[in-house]
Design a protein around this ligand. Structure first.
Ligand code: ADP
Length: 271
């Protein structure tokens, strides 16, 4: 009888523990959903005014008839850069939320990837020359494939932005290599490098490498997590090879879908 009572009591404790665990998981899922909704709402609230800023700001900056001084133009350039950066951060955040919700979808269209890469890289010309860096882009030949150009632009932009940000002096190279079955993008720099302990976590959202003194650089820890989500949606993978004080190389590999293939074309990005 004692043995039976003990077994019943153990079973009751186990079912109580199970119920407690079930409630804890449900509460966590609810909190997670609330967090996602909050991020989404805040992101959308920020995006509208930031988008509205861009038009008037550009027309003032580009106006040839205005009486702006050089100082005014410099100030407007600062406002323009800051608002563009904010807009990109908000877009990245919203993409990250969509990725979490499994809503990030590729819109596959015939796209010249080499042109996407050249356009993205050209956006860094000014900052690269200001920082005295060398930027080499090897994507001269047209490479038209079935893919999502916007997603690629975000991948390239984030990787090159990081290379620029974490390379105080030296060289950055961006190379597109196309094979029969796969496309490879290699973004390499001769910058600060990433400590071995951090390497497994740099694609985690909000993970940042702690750097001290002159090497402490502003950031949000969203960029690489988003890149990794986008590459996954593109059915590919991303690898990093890095050594502190030597530099970092990020390699993205995705399957090559020829333009005539129609596999998965129906995957639109939900509104
Ligand atoms: P952020 O740059 O906003 O901190 P990311 O997600 O883009 O966030 O990057 C995560 C971390 O990985 C960064 O804090 C940075 O220390 C490190 N990292 C990313 N790219 C590079 C790079 N090219 N060179 C050195 N460190 C890098």
């Amino acid at each position: 009888l004692v043995a039976v009572a003990e077994r019943v009591s153990t079973a009751l404790t186990a079912s109580h523990a199970f119920e407690m665990e079930r409630r804890r998981v449900a509460a966590l899922a609810e909190a997670d959903e609330a967090k996602t909704r909050l991020l989404e709402n805040v992101g959308h609230e920020f995006r509208t005014p930031l988008t509205l800023l861009a038009g008037p700001l550009d027309s003032v900056r580009e106006s040839t008839t205005s009486t702006l001084t050089d100082g005014d133009r410099d100030s407007l350039d600062v406002v323009h850069r800051a608002s563009t950066r904010l807009r990109r951060l908000v877009d990245d955040l919203l993409d990250a939320v969509s990725a979490d919700a499994g809503q990030l979808r590729a819109r596959l269209e015939p796209t010249d990837l080499a042109a996407v890469i050249r356009d993205c890289a050209s956006m860094f010309a000014a900052v690269v020359s200001y920082q005295g860096l060398e930027l080499v882009v090897d994507a001269a030949e047209d490479v038209v494939v079935l893919t999502d150009g916007e997603m690629w632009a975000k991948v390239v932009f984030n990787l090159v932005a990081n290379a620029v940000k974490y390379t105080p002096a030296g060289r950055i190279s961006v190379r597109l290599v196309t094979g029969a079955d796969a496309i490879r993008l290699v973004v390499a720099d001769t910058g600060l490098g990433i400590p071995e302990d951090d390497l497994p976590r740099i694609f985690d959202r909000f993970h940042r490498v702690e750097r001290s003194g002159a090497h402490s650089i502003e950031g949000s820890g969203i960029g690489l997590a988003l890149v990794s989500d986008l590459v996954t949606v593109l059915d590919g993978r991303i690898d990093v090879d890095s050594q502190v004080g030597v530099g970092s190389t990020f390699t993205v590999v995705v399957p090559r879908l020829p333009v005539e293939s129609t596999a998965g074309v129906e995957r639109p990005i939900p509104a």
